[in-house]
Design a protein around this ligand. Structure first.
Ligand code: PCA
Length: 201
C-alpha cells in the first residue's frame, strides 16, 4: 500500500483565536496524515520530523498563516535563519540564529511550487508564487523538513494562506479568504503533488 501524504498546519498564534491554516487543513477531504504544530522555534520542527520518521509519508506539505497575503502562496524557498521581532508562542526570541549550523543558506522546495500555482490559478483560485517564507516559525519548519529529507526523494514544501474572513474584524482592510475555499485550494495542491508522484516510475 502506498504511504500517505503528511499535511501540517499551526495552531493560532500572536493573539489570534484561530489560524486559517489549521481551519483549512481540518476541512481538507484528501487522504492525509494531519498534524497541528505549536508556533515554537525548533519544537515545531522536531514534532514534524518525528512524524516523518514514524509515518514515512510519500510527500510533506506544511501550511501556515501569512496575514497580508492576497492569495494562496506556495513557497519556493526556505532560508537558514531564525529572525523575528516577535517571540514565538513559548516566549523565545530569535535574532539572527542559524537553523542548521552545517546547512546551506537557502534550500529550494521540491513539491512543485510553480506547478501548484498554475493548477490553482487554472482552477480559479487566487494564488501566486512566494519567494520568501519569512524567518519565523513557518520558515523554521520548512527549512528543517527540507534539510532532513534531502536526498530521500520525498518531496516537501510549504503553502502560506492569507487571513480567513473570520479574522478580518481584527484586521480591517486586510485581504481575507473563505476557509472552505482555502481547503479546496489545498486539495487541488495535494492532487497536483500526488499526480507528479504518480509520474515517477
Ligand atoms: N504562520 C507563522 C508561524 C505560524 C503560522 O501559521 C509564520 O509564517 O512563520
Amino acid at each position: 500500500m502506498k504511504s500517505k501524504l503528511l499535511l501540517t498546519a499551526f495552531v493560532p498564534f500572536g493573539g489570534e483565536s484561530l489560524n486559517p491554516a489549521q481551519e483549512a487543513v481540518k476541512r481538507v477531504r484528501a487522504e492525509a496524515h494531519k498534524l497541528y504544530l505549536p508556533v515554537e522555534y525548533e519544537n515545531a520542527a522536531k514534532i514534524a520530523l518525528n512524524a516523518i520518521e514514524s509515518l514515512k509519508p510519500r510527500a510533506v506539505i506544511c501550511v501556515g498563516q501569512a496575514g497580508g497575503r492576497t492569495g494562496v502562496t506556495p513557497e519556493k524557498y526556505a532560508v537558514n535563519l531564525r529572525n523575528s521581532a516577535s517571540p514565538d508562542s513559548a516566549g523565545r526570541l530569535c535574532r539572527n540564529e542559524k537553523i542548521a549550523p552545517d546547512g546551506p543558506d537557502r534550500l529550494e522546495t521540491d513539491f512543485g511550487a510553480e506547478k501548484i500555482v498554475s493548477a490553482l490559478v487554472k482552477a480559479g483560485f487566487k494564488a501566486y508564487l512566494s519567494e520568501s517564507a519569512g524567518t519565523y516559525v513557518c520558515n523554521d519548519v520548512l527549512y528543517s523538513v527540507l534539510w532532513a529529507l534531502r536526498g530521500t526523494g520525498v518531496p516537501a514544501g510549504f503553502i502560506h494562506l492569507p487571513y480567513c474572513n473570520e479574522q478580518l474584524s481584527n484586521h480591517p482592510g486586510a485581504f481575507g479568504m473563505d476557509v472552505e475555499t482555502m481547503a479546496r485550494a489545498l486539495e487541488k495542491a495535494i492532487e497536483t503533488v500526488e499526480n507528479s508522484l504518480d509520474q515517477i516510475p
